[in-house]
Design a protein around this ligand. Structure first.
Ligand code: GAR
Length: 205
């Protein structure tokens, strides 16, 4: 059976959605860079192994990346799922895992990379917003896109209402993308997404 690990930094609602999805694989571990990440308790309750690699123990990013990579590789995962993991990962780390690491980002990339995506979407006045699952490459939030979901921006939305609407879709598309990967229906080849998923399955409108 294929194995995956999930990396979190906080609440872990995407991790919960992944664990609830009965993916065709085994969750070998949930790893956090923060010992107080709320999602760790939920993972333990589910009987999933957890580990913490606290970034504050490593003054240099390269040392943190190396410790995190060692913890991940200990589980020999086929897939690494970044689920609200809020540390920027160095090029070397990302290259080691390219093609077997996915991320969920709360915007319709390439719009609104980085932090505070809902605030940025409201400030820009867009009428459609959403979320993206993509393969992770060294450039932040710009790896090849696997699936996106769109939601309307409604009059009267604030960051909280918009984030809630987007998050509901994150919980749909991330398990979907992870399942495709674990089923061997999705991979990265020469920097491009190759999949046998019928179009337009990569879009949720
Ligand atoms: C999610 O909205 C996820 O898309 C976002 O953080 C939130 C984590 O929530 N990730 C990023 O912004 C990554 N740059 P969760 O811990 O409840 O899954």
């Amino acid at each position: 059976m294929k194995k995956y690990v999930i990396l979190i930094s906080g609440r872990g609602s995407n991790m919960e959605a992944l664990l609830a999805a009965d993916l065709p694989g085994e969750c070998a571990a949930v790893i956090s860079n923060r010992p107080d990440a709320a999602g760790l308790a939920f993972a333990r309750q589910q009987g999933v192994a957890t580990a913490v690699v606290d970034h504050r123990d490593y003054p240099e990013r390269a040392a943190f990346d190396a410790a995190l990579a060692a913890e991940i590789e200990r589980h020999a995962p086929d897939l690494v799922l970044l689920a609200g993991f809020m540390r920027v990962l160095g090029d070397h780390f990302v290259r080691r895992l390219t093609g077997r690491m996915l991320n969920i980002h709360p915007s319709l990339l390439p719009a609104f990379p980085g932090l505070h995506t809902h605030r940025a979407a409201l400030a820009a006045g867009v009428r459609i917003h959403g979320c993206t699952v993509h393969f992770v490459t060294p450039a932040l939030d710009s790896g090849p896109i696997v699936i996106q979901a769109a939601v309307p921006v409604l009059d009267g939305d604030d960051e909280t209402t918009l984030a809630t609407r987007v998050l509901m879709q994150e919980h749909v598309i991330y398990p979907q993308a992870a399942a495709w990967f674990l089923q061997g229906r999705l991979r990265l080849l020469n920097g491009r997404v190759v999949s046998d998923v019928p179009q337009p399955a990569g879009a949720v409108l």
